[in-house]
Design a protein around this ligand. Structure first.
Ligand code: TYD
Length: 204
């Protein structure tokens, strides 16, 4: 049996990740792959409590980064690694690239400090595939405005999301071996086909 893969979904708030998740699940189902879907911050009972704090409580940017990685440490040890070892693929709605994009790009935290946390929590562990759903900030903003209640991140200004988007695109250019950038504004059928194609190559 082929080694289980770890796939992450990234993008600025309002990039349409949730819509894309169902397409990814359909692609995995059609290939007969066993998988679990999880998210960050969150994915464990402790992580979900941390998520609630992170999304609603104001805090220092370093505290924010540390809590993101605390949630990740728990997630990795109790969900992600055990699932992959058991042969189950793991699809996570966000992972460490979000910390570099939001805490690094958005909040301006030192990338070196984030890289230290990444090394501490993950060692050399990285996603096999990172799907970056890319969308202009104005388009994402329009989508977000349809939500009844916005969290602490979604309340940020367009300039913040511009920096987050740039940081994501920089990482995609730096790690082309695992990143695939998908234009969220492309026709749905085109996105669906692209996702099926990319996921199928992971099975080879
Ligand atoms: P998300 O699940 O995309 O929010 P929603 O449920 O509203 O679609 O992500 C929650 C927020 O957490 C998002 O604004 C990005 C932020 N985040 C970080 O700032 N750093 C991180 O490391 C992670 C994983 C998420």
């Amino acid at each position: 049996m082929k080694k289980a893969r770890f796939i992450t979904l990234e993008g600025i708030d309002g990039a349409g990740k949730s819509t894309q998740m169902s397409r990814i699940e359909a692609a995995l189902d059609s290939l007969g792959i066993g998988y679990l879907v999880t998210r960050e911050p969150g994915g464990t009972p402790l992580g979900e409590k941390l998520r609630d704090i992170l999304l609603h409580q104001d805090m220092h940017p370093e505290t924010e980064a540390l809590l993101m990685f605390a949630s990740r440490a728990e997630h990795l040890s109790s969900v992600i690694r055990p699932a992959l070892e058991a042969g189950t693929w793991v699809i996570s709605d966000r992972f460490t690239d979000a910390s570099f994009a939001y805490q690094g790009g958005g909040r301006g935290l030192d990338y070196g400090k984030l890289a230290m946390l990444e090394q501490w929590v993950q060692g050399t562990f990285r996603p096999d595939l990172t799907l970056l759903f890319d969308v202009p900030v104005e388009v994402a903003r329009k989508r977000l405005m349809k939500n009844a209640s916005l969290d602490r991140f979604e309340h940020e200004r367009d300039a913040f999301f511009g920096r987050v988007r740039d940081a994501y695109l920089d990482r995609a250019a730096r790690f082309p071996e695992r990143f695939v950038v998908i234009d969220s504004g492309a026709p749905p059928e085109e996105i669906g086909e692209r996702l099926e194609e990319v996921i199928a190559t992971l099975c080879l």
